[in-house]
Write a protein that binds this ligand. Structure first.
Ligand code: B12
Length: 226
């Protein structure tokens, strides 16, 4: 694999945004994800390879380390920043259809709940895994989820709940989604949510963090970037 793609993956993994950033200290002064993505495009490396062999490869390692508790939230946030500066270089290729997403995922925090930090992180990992996110924000009703599902035809919908009280909304929302659009995969998560609860409400998948959910998506819908 091209050296520059390996370096892009390392920049995402370590959170090296650009040449000016001081983080991580041992990479100070070196090109970051920003410059390397620009240079890779100038060299004629395909945007698809930059995405899959650079950004997604780096983000996969971030997800595994976060799942294994060897890195923490601040590390994930700098990795997300590195990924997003690179994505700015790649966005024209998404818009023109040169690179394709694996599929779409509708995300939202359920009705009555305003917590969105966890949902944003999960969404960012999904995006880093090659999925297009339609983020409905917080306090999202079943009706709004169903409207978005019908409009965007996603492969899956991700529901987040942080309150024991809003887990009750999660239950009715998951059931209403499954009644209206049985084919869409419902993935649930959030601090009070458990696997038993997810099974009871008829969700297709539960994960305590982003990586388990991403593994589930990639297993059920491996996608095709060609
Ligand atoms: C920040 C925070 C707030 C902020 C939210 C800001 C924001 N923009 O999100 C504010 C101040 C608004 C807030 C308000 C309230 N909060 Co609050 N809040 C928190 C706090 C401190 C951190 C939550 C957080 O962001 N964690 C960090 C993220 C990264 O973790 P996470 O959300 O769990 O997400 C991870 C996983 O759960 C999972 N995940 C999450 N969503 C999804 C979705 C899918 C599909 C998947 C696969 C995975 C997944 O992956 C994420 C990444 O690993 C927690 C306490 C705590 N330490 O958790 C209390 C906490 C959640 N809040 C609590 C309460 C009670 C409230 C209030 C009712 C307080 C009040 N009396 O007004 C209000 C409720 C407002 C409302 N209607 O929602 C309680 C809930 C208790 C309970 N069990 O019901 C907690 C636990 C605090 C406590 N110990 O009492 N809160």
């Amino acid at each position: 694999m091209s050296e520059i793609l390996k370096r892009i993956a390392v920049c995402v993994e370590r959170g090296k945004v650009d040449a000016r950033s001081f983080h991580p200290p041992e990479m100070e002064g070196q090109d970051g994800a920003d410059e390397l993505t620009g240079k890779a495009l100038e060299k004629g490396i395909s945007p698809n390879d930059i995405l899959t062999k650079g950004l997604i490869a780096g983000m996969q390692r971030v997800g595994e380390k976060f799942r294994d508790n060897t890195i923490y939230l601040p590390d994930v946030l700098v990795s997300a920043k590195s990924m997003s500066v690179s994505m700015e270089h790649l966005s024209p290729f998404f818009n023109s259809g040169v690179i394709k997403h694996k599929g779409k995922i509708v995300m939202g925090t359920v009705a009555g709940d305003l917590h969105d930090i966890g949902k944003e992180i999960v969404a960012m990992f999904f995006e880093g895994g090659g999925w297009k996110i339609i983020d409905l924000g917080v306090d999202v009703s079943a009706e709004k989820f169903n409207q978005a599902i019908k409009e965007h035809k996603p492969f899956a919908v991700g529901l987040s709940a942080l309150l024991t009280t809003t887990m009750i909304s999660m239950e009715s929302i998951a059931k209403e989604i499954k009644t209206e659009v049985p084919d869409v995969k419902v993935i649930v998560g959030g601090a009070p949510v458990t696997k038993d609860f997810a099974d009871r409400i008829g969700a297709d998948a539960y994960s305590s963090g982003p990586q388990g959910a991403l593994d589930y998506l990639n297993m059920s819908c491996p996608g095709d970037y060609s």
